[in-house]
Design a binder for this molecule. Structure first.
Ligand code: NAI
Ligand code: MG
Length: 355
């Protein structure tokens, strides 16, 4: 029996709804397999905690999380707290503090879910986007001066380091190598951004030499939006900067049918710290409390967590249960169905227990 300790941080909006659904599904897997056990500890951090204490998490938050095998995260964001406070107060300190430098975002059109692309059915789009998650445009470097005066300035400085770019390229090439097509697309903007992005391209070419069996190409980020939309089959594994991949992965989620199904893993590949698994979507306050949040992204990211923990069979079982339920048309309204979060969750649990 393997024991895994999981820190759950449901946080804001629909976060608690989809994380509790995910915990129920993981418990069903536990029951079905009998070979693994999860002990969950829930941390009530987020915007309510901020309103009570003036911070999104306690000062020793990272120390409290460090001993866990993984972190299962919902979403942050509240209508009455500025977004840069919620994001920089909880999610980013965890990603940066635990050096989760590889953000991995798989996209696939699930059975029974319609892509807005007219000709793309299941199988037409099967991508993994690797997002640099520790530096680049979101390094936090910059500042404001002369606030409120006509001469006010704000700078937002993108930082690219040789260490940072090399390690994300290696991660992406290795991931591409592990997938059947062995195909990597490097996204860049080295025509307009002639310093950091040119170095990014050079390091991509250097790392490529270590992976002779991986075919790779390079594309400007603006052209990439066109390629994703018009030639989705031409892509497999994709690597991009923090900002570029942030934007492209929302597009990927939309092309696969809904943001409500898109998962993400914030990985420390060296396993010095716990990695963090979360849906891509935010707190979705427009649907909070209505019981209709799509839990599929939080199930899929739970499968990523299982894979990271070395439980590939459990991950495959979970994903196949999700596929079955989607194919049967048990879907929430964001993907054209009429089921509730609870109904989708119960159907996935049923599929796991009956498998
Ligand atoms: P959002 O992802 O929360 O919502 C965008 C749209 O997608 C909304 O119409 C929402 O109802 C829908 N949606 C999202 N997830 C869904 C799900 N599971 N099922 C059904 N429909 C779903 O993004 P938005 O509205 O831009 O941001 C809301 C708040 O979330 C903001 O405060 C933002 O800063 C925060 N946010 C947090 C993120 C995180 O914690 N990682 C990521 C993105 C946004
Ligand atoms: Mg985003």
């Amino acid at each position: 029996m393997k024991n895994y300790s999981i820190a759950a941080i449901p946080a804001d909006g629909i976060g608690p709804e989809v994380i509790s659904a995910g915990i129920d599904v993981l418990k069903a897997l536990e029951k079905r397999l009998g070979t693994l056990r999860f002990s969950f500890q829930t941390f009530e951090w987020g915007s309510d905690y901020y309103k009570a204490h003036g911070v999104m998490m306690p000062e020793d938050g990272l120390a409290q999380l460090k001993a866990f095998d993984a972190i299962y995260f919902g979403a942050v964001g509240a209508p009455d707290v500025p977004d840069h406070i919620t994001l920089w107060g909880l999610r980013l300190p965890i990603c940066q503090g635990f050096d989760q430098y590889a953000n991995v975002r798989p996209t696939r059109i699930l059975p029974g879910i319609e892509s807005p692309l007219r000709h793309a059915g299941p199988g037409a789009l099967d991508w993994v986007i690797v997002r640099e998650n520790s530096e680049g445009e979101y390094s936090g470097n910059g500042g404001r001066a002369h606030r409120g005066l006509p001469e006010e300035v704000g700078t937002e400085v993108a930082i690219f380091t040789r260490v940072g770019v090399t390690r994300i390229m290696r991660y992406a090439f290795r991931l591409a190598q592990s997938r059947p097509r062995k195909l990597l697309t490097v996204v860049t903007k080295s025509n307009a951004q002639r310093h950091g992005m040119v170095m990014w391209d050079e390091i991509a070419a250097e790392v490529a030499a270590e992976f002779p069996d991986v075919s790779w190409d390079k594309i400007l980020v603006d052209a990439m939006t066109v390629r994703m939309t018009l030639h989705p089959q031409s892509l497999d594994t994709i690597v991009a900067t923090n900002l570029h991949a942030d934007i492209l992965s929302d597009l990927a989620g939309a092309l696969a049918g809904s943001l409500g199904v898109a998962p993400t893993a914030n990985i420390d590949p060296e396993r010095r710290f716990p990695s963090m698994f979360e849906p891509i979507h935010g707190s979705a306050f427009d649907i909070t409390g209505k019981g209709i949040a799509n839990p599929v992204a939080s199930f899929w990211t739970a499968a990523q967590m299982l894979e990271h923990l070395g439980e590939a069979d459990a991950a495959a079982l979970l994903l196949s249960a999700v596929d079955q339920v989607c194919a049967a048309g048990i879907k929430t309204p964001d993907v054209g169905g009429s089921a509730t979060t609870r109904q989708v969750t119960d159907a996935v649990i049923h599929a796991i227990l009956e498998s």
